[in-house]
Design a protein around this ligand. Structure first.
Ligand code: GLP
Length: 244
């Protein structure tokens, strides 16, 4: 779905999330959200904060699972996705902290496998992700599932692609400071969500969006796997959709 600009598109996505939360409230159930970091979803989070503060939308029945975190990473680092999520979203909501899940960048290497398995289990215990929000990286990664990730991959420790590190270099004041690794939900984890919303803004994303939407389904562009999902929407602005 091509929107005029990222603002109206983000409003649309935030409304869909708010509707899910309200529906689940009526049912007396948790709404389970899969969340992304990066610049792409920030306006959606701004709208969700606005809905909470101005319209009284409660997040007490919301559980969240973030896609990924750099490894190693301390939660109070300016680069951490924990900090990003707190600043952009969680600190401004009435969400119960115990319902927030983000891959832990402080784990010892030997504890990562068990953590990742438990992450998958927690998602399953809550009945799976209702809405998974995604951005897309220049390599066609979703979460940090870089080229070569299989469609059935689960939450795990991965090595970041050179292109991804280059894209993150300015945030980290130099490529050499970008972590080599990350913990990410797998493509399979993402594909199990009931609904997926991939967002992309700006001309810089137009090539990879064309590839993701129209390209042959293949491991070298993990976002192409989303073509096989029965309920995935690409919510993009005109610039990101300019090559379609
Ligand atoms: C990072 C994140 C991805 C995100 C991508 C795009 O690599 N791990 O989840 O989709 O960046 O970032 P941006 O939204 O800033 O373009």
């Amino acid at each position: 779905m091509i929107h005029e600009d990222s603002n109206s598109a983000s409003f649309y996505v935030a409304n869909e999330i708010a509707e899910l939360i309200r529906r689940r409230q009526k049912e007396g159930k948790m709404a389970v959200l899969g969340l992304a970091t990066g610049s792409t979803p920030t306006k959606v989070y701004d709208y969700l904060v606005k809905f909470h503060q101005e319209d009284g939308l409660s997040f007490k029945n919301v559980a969240t699972f973030n896609l990924d975190e750099y490894y190693p990473m301390q939660p109070d680092s300016i680069h951490s996705y924990v900090r990003f999520m707190n600043e952009h979203l969680f600190d401004h909501l009435d969400i119960d902290k115990k319902n927030i899940h983000i891959p832990d960048g402080t784990l010892k290497k030997e504890d990562i496998r068990a953590f990742c398995d438990a992450y998958e289990q927690k998602i399953a215990d809550l009945g799976g992700i209702d809405i998974q929000v995604l951005g897309i990286g220049r390599t066609g990664h979703i979460g940090f599932n870089e080229p070569g990730s299989s469609i059935s991959s689960k939450t795990r420790l991965v090595r970041l692609d050179r292109v991804t590190k280059l894209d993150a270099a300015s945030d980290f004041f130099g490529e050499e400071n970008v972590p080599q690794r990350a913990i990410t939900m797998g493509v399979g984890t993402i594909m199990s969500a009931t609904r997926i919303i991939l967002m992309a803004w700006g001309e810089g994303k137009s090539r990879i969006i064309k590839e993701a939407v129209e390209g042959e389904i293949r491991e070298s562009v993990p976002a192409t796997f989303l073509q096989e999902h029965p309920n995935c929407d690409y919510i993009i602005d005109e610039a990101a959709g300019s090559l379609l």
